[in-house]
Structure formats: structure tokens, C-alpha cells
Design a protein around this ligand. Structure first.
Ligand SMILES: CC(C)=CCC/C(C)=C/COP(=O)(O)OP(=O)(O)O
Ligand SMILES: C=C(C)CCOP(=O)(O)OP(=O)(O)O
Length: 285
């Protein structure tokens, strides 16, 4: 469903310069795992919300995530040549167009969110809450702040708490947003939203630690991006601090913690989200 909707997210009728459209389309359709949009849909589903109405928000978060990866790969940041098994955006379209494609995807995400109200009748106050939360979780107080702390910290991080701050904002915040946004679509209560946040914070941190473990022991072909990239950039990660075995244990503990948070909330059928937590922990791709 997500793939089919993403293909239509940039209508041909829109008057957009050709190479900008191509550059946006290239990264959006490069075939990621679509984890964040799936979390939006799953959170809406477990709370009895409509998947169709959640879709514009699911697309929005994939646009924000894709922009963040296009910019993360730039020479000024991680300077990576491959992403999702293909050449990175700037390697194909040049740095200027990669920056602009990222900017345009971020802006387009806010347009997409409005369509949950305009096209699907989700009450304006819920869509307003989603818009406000996207600005917070993706911006300076969220993902951009986490990325900035990552860049500023690079080799100077000496405490696990500093690393946890980076991971929480760089990675968990978009995951938390995705879950809460699905909750808002379905009209979640404050307690349910809190449980979704706790679940998201725990699986988000587990996901980033797993990503850093895979950077050491993973298979480049399965991952679609170069391994040993953290070592090359001398990045401080959980495996660097506490070793691979303790990091693997931490991923397991966080997954249990995430599931417990969800089970404490009054959600009749949380199965879909519980399955996703297990999938993330076991992922090797
Ligand atoms: C505002 C910006 C640019 C945010 C980027 C956020 C982000 C999660 C980047 C990927 O992290 P990573 O470098 O740990 O992952 P990967 O190994 O996929 O590059
Ligand atoms: C936060 C991290 C670790 C960046 C990569 O995210 P994903 O692993 O979800 O990337 P795609 O599947 O979307 O390419």
C-alpha cells in the first residue's frame, strides 16, 4: 500500500523542474524498508483508525525520513556513496540538486499531512496536532538537533548518556512521531499516546543500536549501504562503548521494555505493533 501511494505522491501534472522531480523520485522510490510509514499505519490500525486516512501522514514521514538520508549522505555529513543499494542522490544528481530534493521532500511532507483532513475528513484539530508534532520531532528539538549533536560530538563523546541523547533525537524521534501520528488519526487518548511514545522511544533506540551492530557485522549487499562506515569516521556507538554482545543484549532488553509499555496501555489488539518490535530486533537487512 505504501509503495503504491508513494508512486503517486508527486503527480506528473505538477509544474516542477525535471531534474528536481527526478532527484526527489529517485530517493523516494529507491526501496527502503518503509518502517516509519508502516508504524503510522499499524498504530492507526491497532486503535481502530482508517488506513486510507492515515496514508497521507505515512507518506509524509517517509518523505521526511528520505530527505534526512539524502542530506546525511552528503559530503558535508557522512559522505556516503551508496544508500538503499543504489548510488546516493548527490552522486547521481550533484550536491545542489540533492540539497534541493531534500528541502522539497521536507516541505512536501507538510502538504501531504493536510490531505488527511482535506481528502479524508480527519478532524482539523487532530491534523493540527500531527503538524505541530512533526515540526517538533523532526526539527531542532528533534531529529535535526540529534544530527547536529552527532556532528558536533563525533569523536568527543565520553558518556553513554551523550550517545543516548543523539540516538533519541536522531532516530527515535521520527519513530515516536510515526506512532503518535497514527494514534492521532485514530483519535487516541492521552494515555494511549503516552504508551505509543514509550514504545517508540524503546524500539527507536534498539533500532539505532541494531543499525550500529550491523555496521560492524552486517552484510553490505543485504543492507544496501557500506558497512564499517562508523569505524572509518571514528564514530562513537553503543558497540564501540560496551561491545557487540552487550549491545545485542541491550537491543533485546529494550524490545521487552517496549512491548511492556504497550501492554500496559488499554489497547484491545496491539498484536501488529508487537510483531513489528520483534521484526526490528531480528532484522539483518
Ligand atoms: C537532519 C538529518 C540530515 C538527519 C539525519 C538523521 C539520520 C537518522 C541519519 C542516519 O543515521 P546514521 O548515519 O547512523 O545511519 P546510516 O548508517 O543509515 O547512514
Ligand atoms: C535511522 C537510521 C538507522 C537510518 C536508516 O534508517 P532505515 O534503516 O529505516 O533506512 P531505510 O530502510 O529507509 O533505507
Amino acid at each position: 500500500m505504501v509503495e503504491a501511494a508513494l508512486i503517486q505522491a508527486l503527480p506528473a501534472a505538477w509544474d516542477v523542474p525535471g531534474s528536481l522531480r527526478e532527484s526527489m523520485h529517485y530517493s523516494l522510490m529507491a526501496g527502503g524498508k518503509r518502517l516509519r510509514p508502516i508504524l503510522v499505519l499499524a498504530a492507526a490500525e491497532v486503535l481502530g483508525g482508517s488506513l486510507e486516512a492515515a496514508m497521507p501522514v505515512a507518506l509524509a514521514i517517509e518523505m521526511v525520513h528520505t530527505y534526512s538520508l539524502v542530506h546525511d549522505d552528503l559530503p558535508a555529513m557522512d559522505n556516503d556513496d551508496y544508500r538503499r543499494g543504489k548510488l546516493t542522490n548527490h552522486k547521481v544528481y550533484g550536491e545542489a540538486m540533492a540539497i534541493l530534493a531534500g528541502d522539497a521532500l521536507l516541505t512536501q511532507a507538510f502538504f501531504s499531512i493536510t490531505q488527511a483532513h482535506k481528502g479524508h475528513g480527519i478532524p482539523a484539530e487532530r491534523v493540527l496536532a500531527i503538524t505541530e508534532e512533526l515540526a517538533i520531532y523532526a526539527g531542532a528539538r528533534g531529529m535535526v538537533g540529534g544530527q547536529a549533536a552527532d556532528m558536533l560530538g563525533e569523536q568527543g563523546i565520553t558518556k553513554l548518556e551523550e550517545l543516548a541523547f543523539i540516538h533519541t533525537h536522531k532516530t527515535s524521534d521520527l519513530i515516536v512521531f510515526s506512532l503518535r501520528a497514527g494514534g492521532h488519526i485514530a483519535g487516541a487518548t492521552v494515555a494511549q499516546l503516552r504508551a505509543l511514545s514509550e514504545f517508540g522511544n524503546a524500539i527507536g533506540l534498539a533500532f539505532q543500536i541494531q543499525d550500529d551492530i550491523l555496521d560492524i557485522i552486517g552484510d553490505e549487499k543485504k543492507l544496501g549501504k557500506p558497512v564499517k562506515s562508523d569505524e572509518k569516521q571514528q564514530k562513537v556507538t553503543y558497540p564501540f562503548f560496551i561491545g557487540i554482545e552487550a549491545s545485542e543484549q541491550k537491543v533485546k532488553d529494550l524490545t521487552i521494555q517496549a512491548k511492556e509499555a504497550l501492554l500496559r496501555a488499554q489497547i484491545a489488539h496491539p498484536e501488529r505493533l508487537l510483531q513489528l518490535a520483534d521484526y526490528l530486533m531480528q532484522r539483518d537487512h
